[in-house]
Design a binder for this molecule. Structure first.
Ligand SMILES: *Cc1c(COP(=O)(O)O)cnc(C)c1O
Length: 553
């Protein structure tokens, strides 16, 4: 048995390197360079697969185990592929994956420094670097890696409750607590209220304007209402980069409003203002970019959008806390999220502990497990984030984000002049996602006029677009379409109150370059022409997986 483990005398890691090479060779049966997905010839459902998998009495040969494992590589979306455009899933940098995998050979437990040595320092270093990026005092601030962006929002609420009622840890929540987010806020802003026992309905969603920005006046009115009813406001979540529209709320105005409310209602606590910046934090890297000289060659629209986003995200230093998902715009693998708070004592308070002063932290007393939600906690997040932050620096992240914005702008420009496609998020989003629709005829009404067209016409428009999505989906499976875009309900509600599904391009791969954007529009042009010839009889048969249903509501 012992040969399966790292020999303490030789410290020979050949088995790991060989294991990776063997797996790579076996996975490669399913590679398909033209296609964003790995090949998939599985036709049975999970129940049929599970019938064949049993716990063996005698252990199996590792070659056979790796064979069986590689079978499940089928259908993987390769986020590194230029055609993977489904969601905010980045490819991970290879050096960060190498670092995290290598470290996992040892004890990758970030519970306390005593077991993983100074490797846990990477968590403290990432906190310091993010403070530098956000403009916080790193000696007063703190941060902890946790399981995903949802957990960063969970922590924000937890800390909000700690402020309202510090003894809630022991006695439970006795107050009637509400939280605020906007209609654009991520669904997890409500979900965490369910998890922490105050109920999802405690999250009040304030209306937002066309850009998705929270209506501050409405927020003020609602705060007045709940406070005068004697309820407690634990948390106001400011969006700092929403998932599709990439809206950044006016964080400072929200903080000022909070301060006014504290005074007016003579509150003995400060409602927490948390910035959900799990995506938008990355714009902070542009704070030292020379937009005039423009060394990276940002396209004019891209430059304007980034500058507007930067102007808003710089307010993050006024928030009490914010979240960062390195597994989204940080180009790390899953999971790598950190919750940051301007006052580190709030983190220690999770475990009813007094903070250890910054100058007194040393090897042997950094023990996050005493106050984190997780006891055993993985090191891969801090290791990957550390690797990328240092390897890429401001300049590297600028380059990556510049690539995303420039390709999106090129795509929007080319789709915008095509008679059969209409970009619908060019004027109401400063992000790098492209939402567009395919039109049946060049003279079909504009998406934005559909509200005046009557229900039947709107439905017809929506159905054509959905059918074209299905066609692209099938062409992908047939190996005749190299991009996997998505069909999504988007965020646009038509003037008649109807929402129809739209096409979404969320490209994240640095291999999606300007010429690939041009190629994509040429291919869309060809594909829609081919679709025209079969559209009346077309029924989708071969698909990578169950397609998304038609959205019309
Ligand atoms: C993705 C996302 C979340 C949830 O983060 P996970 O890492 O998926 O848990 C929360 N807020 C926003 C704005 C997001 O984009």
């Amino acid at each position: 048995m012992k040969e399966l483990f790292l020999n303490p005398e030789t410290m020979d890691i050949r088995q790991v390197i060989e294991g990776i090479e063997i797996l790579h060779q076996k996975f490669s049966h399913y590679f398909d360079v033209e296609n964003p997905r790995m090949k998939n010839d599985i036709h049975e459902n999970y129940a049929a697969i599970l019938e064949k998998e049993v716990l063996p009495i005698e252990g199996m040969d590792i070659q056979k185990v790796y064979d069986d494992l590689s079978f499940y590589a089928q259908g993987i979306l390769k986020w590194n592929h230029h055609g993977a455009m489904i969601n905010i899933n980045p490819p991970s940098t290879l050096p960060s994956v190498a670092a995290a995998s290598y470290v996992s050979m040892y004890n990758g437990n970030g519970a306390q420094d005593m077991s993983c040595g100074y490797l846990l320092t990477t968590e403290l270093i990432v906190v310091k670097m993010l403070c530098q990026l956000a403009g916080l005092d790193y000696k007063a601030a703190g941060g902890i890696f946790t399981f995903g962006g949802k957990s960063t929002n969970l922590h924000a609420l937890k800390h909000g409750i700690q402020r309202v009622s510090p003894d809630a840890i022991e006695n439970g929540i006795k107050d009637e607590i509400v939280t605020f987010s906007s209609k654009q806020g991520h669904p997890c802003h409500s979900e965490v209220c369910g998890w922490l026992g105050i109920g999802e309905k405690s999250c009040i969603h304030i209306p937002a304007d066309k850009m998705g920005i929270i209506d501050i006046k409405a927020l003020e009115k609602e705060m007045e209402r709940v406070l005068s009813e004697g309820k407690k406001v634990a948390l106001i979540t400011a969006n700092a980069g929403t998932t599709i529209q990439m809206t950044i709320d006016p964080i400072r105005e929200i903080v000022d409003l909070r301060d006014r409310m504290v005074e007016k209602y003579n509150l003995n606590y400060k409602p927490r203002v948390h910035a959900d910046s799990v995506i938008g934090w990355v714009i902070l890297f542009f704070q030292n970019y020379d937009f005039k000289e423009n060394p990276l060659g940002l396209l004019p629209n891209a430059s304007e959008k980034i500058q507007r986003q930067l102007h808003r995200i710089l307010d993050i230093k006024y928030a009490d806390s914010f979240g960062v998902d390195f597994h989204k715009t940080g180009f790390c693998s899953y999971l790598s999220s950190i919750y940051m708070t301007a006052d580190v004592s709030e983190i220690y308070a999770q475990g009813k502990l007094k903070p250890i002063p910054y100058d007194e932290l040393e090897y042997g007393n950094y023990s996050p497990f005493q106050y984190t939600l997780e006891l055993s906690r993985p090191l891969n997040g801090p290791i990957e984030a550390y690797t990328n932050l240092k390897m890429l620096g401001f300049a590297g992240y600028q380059k990556l984000i510049c690539g995303l914005y420039n390709t999106a702008e090129r795509l929007k420009e080319l789709l915008g002049v095509h008679p059969r496609f209409e970009v619908i998020n060019d004027t109401d989003s400063d992000g790098f996602v492209t939402l567009f629709v395919a039109k049946e005829f060049p003279e079909s009404p504009s998406f934005f006029q559909l509200g005046n067209e009557g229900i039947e016409e709107t439905k017809k428009f929506g159905l054509f677009n959905h059918k074209f999505y299905l066609y692209l989906f099938e062409q992908q499976k047939l190996g005749k379409c190299w991009f996997a875009l998505d069909y999504s309900s988007g965020y646009h509600v038509l003037s008649n109150g109807i929402k129809i599904g739209v096409l979404k391009v969320y490209q994240m791969s640095p291999y999606f370059t300007l010429d690939k954007a041009e190629q994509m529009v040429q291919d869309l042009d060809r594909l829609i022409t081919e679709f025209d010839m079969v559209k009346d009889t077309f029924e989708v048969k071969e698909v990578p997986h169950k397609p998304r249903p038609f959205v019309f509501r």
